[in-house]
Design a protein around this ligand. Structure first.
Ligand code: ADP
Length: 266
């Protein structure tokens, strides 16, 4: 069955998830309903342990919900979905592979690239070089990860997450371990990649400025068990720049989100 064009790409309908069972049962998410349009950039913010990573695992089908339904392209998710790229707080690059070979890795393991890999390697290498150039790492393909700074490693892991041209990019605090200057630089890199490729992005972050800089829609989650307590559309024009973060409209949205999160800590 083909989903119609106005079907959201991702839908969570009254989704709950608990870890463990009986006395050990930990309710992590409760009655979460949300929908993400194709090409939308969504950020999820909330207190530590509120279920943000759990939400990522549900969307990608790595875990089934305890109750409710997760749909992608209008179809109920029953296992890990295809067409996903992921980037995490730790860059997780393999130290024995060059940057180029690290980025090529998904093409070696994900179909249909896997079966074409040997024959089309030159074309894939060219794709990696283009990606590296687009994140400001042109010419660094031969370097090993340990020869790169933290920010450069994280740029490389964004390339690796995108090299197979996934429809959905899941970002779990990808800039969380970087210093403030590098982090802000990478917001610009991330935005440029998204504006060029228009994948659907789901960003989990603690950083409200990061959420507002990058997202079309910010969801605020409650303390555990995580529920959606606020949806905020960010209608600031793009491309957003660092200067945008000092503008009253931007600051106002950040304050509004911060106030809502503070209620969770009260
Ligand atoms: P966040 O990403 O917002 O920090 P998580 O989704 O990782 O939160 O976790 C939500 C809650 O579920 C946390 O309180 C965590 O301790 C609990 N939790 C996460 N994974 C497991 C697990 N495998 N078994 C038991 N509890 C878990």
């Amino acid at each position: 069955m083909q989903a119609s064009s106005d079907t959201p790409l991702v839908e969570l309908r009254n989704v709950s998830l608990s870890y463990g069972s009986g006395r050990e049962r930990i309710p992590a998410l409760e009655d979460v309903t949300l929908s993400i349009g194709k090409g939308e950039f969504v950020a999820v913010v909330g207190p530590s342990g509120c279920g943000k990573s759990t939400l990522m695992k549900l969307v990608t089908g790595l875990m089934p919900p305890t109750a409710g339904e997760v749909r992608v392209h209008g179809q109920t998710v029953k296992g890990p979905i295809r067409g996903v790229g992921m980037a995490f707080q730790a860059p997780t690059l393999m130290p024995w592979r060059t940057t180029r070979d690290n980025i090529l890795l998904p093409l070696e393991v994900v179909e249909p690239h896997k079966r074409r890999f040997r024959k089309n390697k030159a074309e894939y290498v060219e794709r990696v070089e283009k990606l590296l150039a687009s994140v400001g790492l042109g010419g660094f393909g031969d370097k090993f990860p340990w020869q790169l700074s933290g920010g450069m490693q994280q740029r490389s892991s964004l390339c690796r997450a995108l090299v197979h041209e996934p429809e959905i990019l899941m970002l779990d605090e990808p800039f969380g371990a970087l210093d403030a200057f590098t982090r802000e630089e990478l917001w610009g890199v991330m935005q440029a990649l998204w504006l060029e490729r228009r994948f659907t992005a789901v960003l989990v972050t603690h950083d409200l400025r990061e959420a507002v800089y990058l997202a079309d829609t910010v969801y605020v989650m409650s303390r555990r068990p995580g529920r959606i307590v606020k949806l905020r559309n960010v209608d600031l024009p793009r491309p957003r720049r660092l200067e945008t973060t000092f503008e009253p409209r931007f600051v106002e949205i950040v304050h509004e989100l911060r106030e809502r999160i503070h209620l969770e800590h009260a």
